[in-house]
Design a protein around this ligand. Structure first.
Ligand code: AMP
Length: 618
């Protein structure tokens, strides 16, 4: 079921004031803030025109953020925090000894500064605060809400930590948006591509490579799979140029300082090669005695071949993980995708022109700004398209260990749906509401989210009780399940977080499992249903024989018992058809008995009861 959220009557909106939304790319090295502008989105600069804010915070009594904090990164290492993003939502046991350096030994995880311990959330909140201040100053107004981007592979704890950082900075978070999705939105793909189209977002930064596979589903770009290499980035391309220079000069060793100097040179050469077909390298300082070198794009292409192939292999692997082979668009993100050799290799590999017209350092923030503008309420009425969806179906365990789906996967949030259930056994006074997530048919193949009991159901025959189970999911994906017995009004409810602990990768793999196992699951479901039906018939028959056995002659009773024991034996097998056939047979055989019982019960109900009492007689 879809609940479309549409704008209030559009005529009333004509004079509505435009709201201000901000898009924030909270990066490991640099962060940016952008906002919607005429016909697009713009990065907001500081007074000196700088676009990027280094994600660095210095704590020495006063807090400084960005370029000024970066300046103290070398002189005041202890009080300067860099790369806080890597620690968001992490605990001590997630980190290695190297990463634990400079952190306090107590919980929660914090950076040890003269200003006291600073948690990654606090550090990030300072960066967010500074970005918001920059925007407010530049725009001369306070924003109504922000969209903050996070890596697609961020788990729930990391996302939660990001939200906390924003709350600490007093920001109104409209949504956390996956970075690759933001990039695709910046290119307008959320509005232009066809349903089911697949987009690959190739993100090559300074130190990491990320590949994300998105798919258009019901007007929403969903992350199907993520992959990449956390130790492959622009720095490695610098390093191969360093190696080449040493090789050319016939040097095989160097000091750390020399290496750092050469790496800086190499980086400049690499970046120049993005503009010109060849770059001459003039050795200076300590290395001035060495020959000048000429590096051509052709040579660089050969040198970089292995690195590029590694990224493409990761692309294929991730596409495979997503269960896809066709890609409609490739979006390039990250400073290193400015290299023409990358663009050419990607174009050739996917056999299509990659989208790279937007500055690859800014594309994520720009996409977030467009999304923020719509979420803040400046949209044109298509808002429902931008709401989140349920990644995996939600349902309940029913009799026989089967799952009954209540909310289908991809239903748009927020939503509510109710379904009526009943008891499986005579006199049943309680039931367990077992909430499950997944696409498979059997309980053991789905993910258990929560379990609660509804007690106090008045004893009734099986199938007579009416239990209304309601699933409500709010815009943040919080699920509330309630069960209410309609006769007594007895109620029980529970709140669960369905996405908790499930990464997009896990969602993708659960989906793949459901596709791969669909046929098998269907058979299993049919078998279970056949067994449940057979069991309930047997159960009913035993009760009936006990109560009204005298209605049958000995031969009739013996014949029924033979049929019944045949079915009991069949139940031990996994032969759905056989169980069904014997169930039908027993059902037919007991028809006469059922009719006689019906007659008897009507007669007994009517005998000696005044007409006025009939309603309350049971
Ligand atoms: P990012 O982490 O996305 O900021 O990317 C930084 C990386 O992009 C560094 O390795 C830079 O050397 C690289 N980069 C930036 N501009 C260029 C360029 N014009 N050509 C090649 N690499 C670049």
């Amino acid at each position: 079921m879809l609940l479309q959220i549409s704008e209030p009557n559009s005529t009333e909106n004509v004079a509505r004031e435009r709201k201000r939304g901000l898009g924030i790319d909270l990066g490991t090295t640099n962060s940016l803030v952008a906002t919607k502008s005429e016909g697009g989105a713009d990065v907001i600069t500081d007074v000196s025109g700088a676009r990027l804010v280094p994600s660095v915070v210095n704590f020495t009594g006063v807090v400084t953020v960005g370029t000024s904090a970066l300046e103290s990164a070398v002189s005041d290492v202890r009080n300067t925090v860099v790369s806080a993003k890597r620690f968001m939502g992490r605990s001590r046991h997630d980190l290695n000894d190297q990463q634990l350096l400079g952190l306090t030994t107590s919980d929660p995880l914090a950076f040890d500064t003269d200003d006291g311990p600073k948690t990654p959330v606090e550090v990030s909140s300072e960066i967010l605060r500074s970005l918001a201040a920059r925007a407010r100053q530049s725009l001369d107004e306070t924003e109504d809400g922000v969209v903050i981007t996070v890596p697609a592979y961020f788990d729930d704890r990391q996302r939660q930590a990001t939200r906390q950082a924003a709350e600490l900075a007093d920001l109104n978070v409209l949504r956390l948006l996956n970075e690759p999705t933001a990039a695709a939105i910046a290119y307008g793909l959320d509005e232009t591509i066809a349903e089911s189209s697949v987009v690959a977002v190739y993100d090559l930064g300074g130190g990491t490579f990320d590949i994300s596979i998105l798919r258009m589903e019901r007007g929403l770009l969903r992350v199907l799979a993520t992959g990449g290499d956390t130790a492959l980035g622009g720095d490695d391309f610098d390093e191969i140029i360093v190696r080449w220079m040493l090789d050319q000069w016939g040097l095989d060793s160097m000091t750390r300082d020399q290496h750092r100097q050469l790496a800086m040179m190499a980086r400049a050469v690499k970046e120049q090669l993005s503009e010109s077909p060849e770059v001459s390298i003039v050795a200076t300082g300590e290395l001035a005695h060495l020959d000048d070198l000429l590096l051509t794009r052709e040579t660089f292409t050969l040198l970089a071949e292995t690195l590029i192939q590694r990224t493409l292999k990761a692309c294929d692997q991730t596409l495979d993980d997503a269960g896809r082979s066709e890609v409609a668009h490739v979006v390039l993100v990250g400073g290193s995708t400015r290299m023409p050799i990358i663009r050419e290799a990607v174009a050739k590999h996917f056999n299509l022109e990659p989208l790279c017209s937007i500055n690859p350092d800014e594309v994520v923030a720009l996409g977030a700004a467009l999304q923020a503008d719509i979420l803040v309420g400046n949209g044109d009425g298509d808002e429902a398209l931008l709401l989140d969806v349920i990644p995996l179906s939600l349902g309940l365990e029913t009799y026989g260990g089967l799952i009954e789906k209540i909310i289908p996967r991809n239903a748009v949030l927020p939503l509510a749906k109710a379904q009526e259930f009943t008891t499986a056994k005579d006199g049943q006074t309680g039931l367990v509401v077992h909430v499950l997530q997944g696409e498979r048919e059997r309980v053991e193949d789905c993910r258990s989210l929560a379990r609660f009991e509804l007690n106090g159901i008045p004893p009734m025959v099986a199938g007579a009780a009416r239990i209304l189970v309601t699933f409500k999911v709010d815009a943040d994906g919080l699920l509330e399940v309630s069960a209410r017995e309609e006769i007594t009004g007895t109620e029980a409810a529970l709140v669960v977080k369905p996405s908790f602990g499930l990464s997009d990768d896990e969602v993708a793999s659960m989906l793949r499992a459901s596709q791969t196992n669909a046929a098998e699951d269907m058979q299993a479901r049919q078998l279970r249903e056949a067994k449940v039906e057979a069991e309930s018939l047997l159960h009913g028959l035993i009760g009936a024989l006990e109560a009204d056995g005298d209605l049958l002659s000995d031969e009739e009773r013996a014949a029924l018992e033979t049929e019944a024991s045949g079915l009991v034996q069949a139940l031990a097998s996994d032969d759905t058809e056989f169980i069904r056939a014997l169930t039908d047979q027993l059902g037919q055989a007991s028809l006469t008995f059922a009719e006689r019982r019906m007659d008897r019960s009507i007669k007994s109900a009517l005998s000696g009861v005044a007409v006025s009492e009939l309603d309350s007689a049971d």
